[in-house]
Ligand binder design. Structure first.
Ligand SMILES: Nc1ncnc2c1ncn2[C@@H]1O[C@H](COP(=O)(O)OP(=O)(O)O)[C@@H](O)[C@H]1O
Ligand SMILES: O=C(O)[C@H](O)[C@@H](O)[C@H](O)[C@H](O)COP(=O)(O)O
Length: 176
């Protein structure tokens, strides 16, 4: 990346779209630190989601405080964060960090999400998927990737977008 400003690549999208899998692989390939957004939920949020109730933005306040604090603790020029970033509230909060934000949205139009969620051991029940789609808005300027492709191919596509080539420029900052 040619930008002299520090960047935060946010791998976003609904539960099960592949944020953790792809974010971790992208970070590992480039020796960038990786932050798993799920790790920063307070226990009440985990209990709430596990019992089948969607979060509100009010519930997301403490979660975002934890994520922003963890990002702030890193000096690395590029960080990768797996975070659903469904709502403008979340993205506004990330916008306050003071890094260039690069949103990479994993689109799930052609993925059988219930099947995909069924394969993993996770607190998030498939019954919350519809509320995830209802809450999801994708910010203008986000890079979009087809989540139905093999994970390693998506990682290569992201590297083509984010490193070198015509998109190797100072990325815009999102505030919504
Ligand atoms: N591109 C992909 N193709 C097929 N399966 C995938 C892909 N990305 C992730 N998975 C699988 O889907 C499930 C959810 O992925 P995960 O990375 O946990 O999603 P998220 O972090 O968005 O909730 C996992 O079992 C993972 O192995
Ligand atoms: O309502 C939200 O803002 C999201 O649901 C967010 O809480 C996150 O998506 C969960 O942590 C589930 O984790 P995965 O997205 O990794 O399944």
């Amino acid at each position: 990346m040619s930008s002299s400003l520090r960047s935060l690549i946010v791998i976003m999208g609904v539960s099960g779209c592949g944020k953790s899998t792809i974010g971790r692989a992208l970070a590992a390939k480039n020796a960038w630190p990786f932050l798993e957004g799920d790790r920063f939920h307070p226990a009440e949020n985990i209990e709430k989601m596990a019992s089948g109730t969607p979060l509100t933005d009010q519930d997301r306040v403490a979660w975002m405080d934890g994520i922003c604090c963890a990002v702030d603790a890193h000096a690395a020029p590029v960080l990768v964060l797996a975070c659903s970033a469904l709502t403008p509230f979340v993205r506004n909060r990330l916008g306050q960090i003071g890094r260039n934000l690069i949103y990479a949205h994993l689109k799930t139009d052609s993925v059988d999400m219930v099947e995909r969620l069924g394969f993993r051991d996770h607190f998030m029940p498939a019954q919350l998927l519809s509320s995830q789609y209802a809450a999801l808005s994708v910010p203008d300027g986000a890079y979009e990737f087809d989540a139905s492709k093999p994970a390693d191919r998506i990682v290569v596509q992201m590297m083509d977008r984010f490193i070198g080539g015509p998109t190797d420029m100072r990325p815009p900052r999102w505030n919504s």
